[in-house]
Design a protein around this ligand. Structure first.
Ligand code: AP5
Ligand code: MG
Ligand code: ZN
Length: 214
């Protein structure tokens, strides 16, 4: 099964993808996570992407589609994939079709996480992750069981994303509205889209996605 999680910054794409990885053994391909790894490694891609990401703008279609193709080639052909944060433009949607078909894969579902924009700034400015295992948390909505200790690995070191500030979030939302939301009709025309209420509790959102995937 190959699915896309689509929604604005803070909609819960990463949160839901990691629950699908745990629950179904699918693989999450997050272009944001892969780009952040490239920035950290100071690879040629990372050097090109760093300033663009810090401004909240979109990295070039060529770079992200290249990353996705390479990541798919590293997987067993039958592994189910969750595309998190890709595609984000019409050109990327077109590339994804070609990337999938050349590898004998088909797209099964597009889950649109529908959220209230006013809530997103709070979600994003409260977000942090474990510095060791990358598990995601939130100051109010998703605290570790023991304060200051990662549930998954026991680490006490956490980090926040440099693009998780209010100003950048506004740019990321504007990019979503201008370039990403317009690709939904492409998938609606193929009857692939299911709208899920992303304002519900994390577990309820998961349940709605599970019901769609069957
Ligand atoms: P990316 O990393 O994809 O960021 P994004 O789209 O802005 O989305 P986020 O990761 O911020 O949000 P999310 O939906 O994953 O929310 P999360 O689950 O963490 O991209 C970053 C940058 O990389 C882009 O700006 C661009 O520069 C570049 N880039 C990446 N892909 C690209 C592409 N394809 N093309 C071009 N450029 C690209 O949830 C947020 C918080 O809310 C968490 O703390 C969580 O605990 C909490 N939360 C989640 N769900 C709920 C809920 N139901 N109720 C309450 N709290 C919740
Ligand atoms: Mg994310
Ligand atoms: Zn951890």
């Amino acid at each position: 099964m190959n699915i896309i999680l689509l929604g604005p910054p803070g909609a819960g794409k990463g949160t839901q993808a990691s629950r699908l990885v745990d629950g179904r053994g699918m693989v999450q391909l997050s272009t944001g996570d892969m780009l952040r790894a490239a920035v950290k490694a100071e690879s040629p891609t990372g050097l090109k992407a760093k300033a663009v990401m810090e401004a909240g703008e979109l990295v070039s279609d060529e770079i992200v589609s290249g990353i996705i193709g390479e990541a798919l080639d590293a997987l067993e052909p039958k592994t189910g994939v969750i595309f998190d944060g890709y595609p984000r433009t019409a050109a990327q949607a077109e590339s994804l079709d070609a990337i999938l078909s050349s590898r004998g894969r088909t797209l099964d579902h597009v889950i649109e996480l529908v959220v209230d924009e006013d809530a997103l700034v709070d979600r994003i400015t409260g977000r942090y992750t474990c510095a060791r295992c990358n598990a995601g948390y939130h100051d109010h909505f998703q605290k570790p069981e023991k304060e200051g200790v990662c549930d998954a690995c026991g680490s006490t070191e956490f980090k926040r994303r440099p693009d998780d500030n209010e100003e950048t979030v506004r740019t990321r939302m504007a990019e979503y509205r201008a370039k990403t939301a317009p690709i939904l009709p492409i998938y609606e025309a193929r009857a692939l889209v299911t709208k899920v209420d992303g304002m519900a509790d994390i577990a309820e959102v998961s349940a709605a996605i599970d019901a769609t995937l069957g």
